[in-house]
Write a protein of this length. Structure first.
Length: 110
């Protein structure tokens, strides 16, 4: 779903810190398509500017240094707010679909 990158990133980072490539792989493994790298990194920068994630450079024994992102306490609270909003939206959609099905079930006699 468009606009759903933020909560998906935050939920993954709630599980464990990760670097950008790992986040791309994880988000691409779900039924939802992974965001393009530009969108992913812009979103991560925005989340960091808002204090929802923090990052640090990690140097490994081989290969270049990678920026590793982790969720902050403020990010956890924001993720909780996303979940509450999604639950509310789901309830509204369920009510709409129930009314829709009732309306058209009566008209078709089904």
């Amino acid at each position: 779903m468009r606009g759903f990158v933020q909560p998906r990133l935050l939920l993954h980072l709630a599980r464990k810190p990760a670097h950008g490539y790992e986040l791309m792989e994880t988000l691409g493994a779900a039924d939802d398509p992974a965001p393009d790298p530009g969108t992913l990194y812009r979103t991560l920068r925005g989340l960091e500017e808002d204090g929802l994630v923090r990052s640090a450079w990690e140097t490994g024994e081989s290969g270049p240094a990678r920026r590793v992102y982790e969720l902050t306490e403020q990010g956890v609270e924001f993720l909780h707010a996303w979940a509450a909003s999604i639950r509310s939206t789901r309830a509204q959609l369920d009510r709409f679909l129930a009314e829709y099905e009732k309306q058209f079930q009566e008209k078709t006699g089904g």
